[in-house]
Design a binder for this molecule. Sequence first.
Ligand code: ADP
Length: 419
Amino acid sequence: MLRDISRRKRAEEVQRFLAQASSVLAASLDHETTLASLARLAAGPLADFCFIDLIEDSGAVNRLVVAHADPGKEALAQQLLRYPLDRGRPHLVFTVLQTGEPELWPELPESYLESVAQSQDHLRLLRSLQIRSLLAVPLRAHGHLRGVLTLLTAQSGRRYPAEDLELAQELGRRAALAIENARLYREAQKAVRARDEVRSVVSHDLGNTLSAIFIGTELLLKTLPADSGQDETRRHLEAIRASAAQMERLIGNLLEIRRMEAGRLPLDCKPEEPAGLIAEACQVLQPLASVKSQHLEAELAADGLPRVLADRERVLQVLSNLVGNAVKYTPVGGLITVRAERRDAEVCILVKDTGPGIPAEHLPHIFERFWQVRQGGRRGIGLGLAIARGIVEAHGGRIWVESRAGAGSEFYFILPAAE
Ligand code: ADP
């Protein structure tokens, strides 16, 4: 029994070729490298030579890649890159870009080369390439036309049959997706760079300006006589100092998250008295609590606590974020308590408030980066708790929250005892 298997064989070859093309396209996010590899892959099984034109962000058409199956003719084909396409003259690439449709010329007439040549030199070069048949497909991804892939046959004498069009179009679709991915990757990188620049401007320039505000307010508060009858002025100055402290915490968080993202959060751990850490954090936040007429209390175990193994500055930041949040979210007149107690070989610190609490559905996410119960709320940036968790976990500790909507919040964290 005889059966014609040429169709099946061809279908298998096409699938193999497309699979190969996909892996070439996925190999790099640099579109020039990727497209050069693709052109090299196509020049051989699919074409004697091929080139790829891309539309630049400026709208100009740029011939990016030329590849020839015959290494001896590669240099000749490469010369095509020397002839920038003139929008004022007809060219197959412009036709495809205008119509968005593929072009298939099974047998290219000599007059065709004359009509598309950009100059006499260009015409000579085109003739020397002995182009026989031509296939050009648009590179379109997500509805956007990004360029044209042109396949040509020459010395092989092959003529493109209509069924090659489908294969070329599929190749074009895959290439366009790779170009689109590379473009999105470039944009994402640009956005990351812009974000980092903003962060460093915020952290350095704003930090310096804040220091000046701090020093100025401190000086004014010191020089204001206690019995000058200027209580109003004193209150305003304290409010300025408290706001500056809050901004400083925000900047500290921005810097810290950057370090965490970069995977470097070096800790300088020493034995520290928990009572001292709590007292210092409360002292810094007291003015802010006073502005809101809140009571901020530190409750320390009477029988003393073991020292904890901690990086002082970083644990102060955890406390500052937790107490800062309690002050921020608890209404005027509320009560905030900070307590520390021994739990076996560990010390547990609790920051408790009489604020609005956190709805149950938000509790699992509260320590995620940029998570806010009221999205886009203007009172923070959603980093404080993520940083607190990062720091506590880097110490080998744990952090969690117990809270109910309307019933206040209790944030706990545990640090290992030093001895
Ligand atoms: P930020 O305070 O900058 O928004 P955080 O990471 O510190 O970011 O907190 C995340 C969210 O958790 C806050 O937006 C807030 O909705 C909620 N939250 C944190 N602490 C408290 C608290 N003590 N009381 C009520 N809600 C809180």
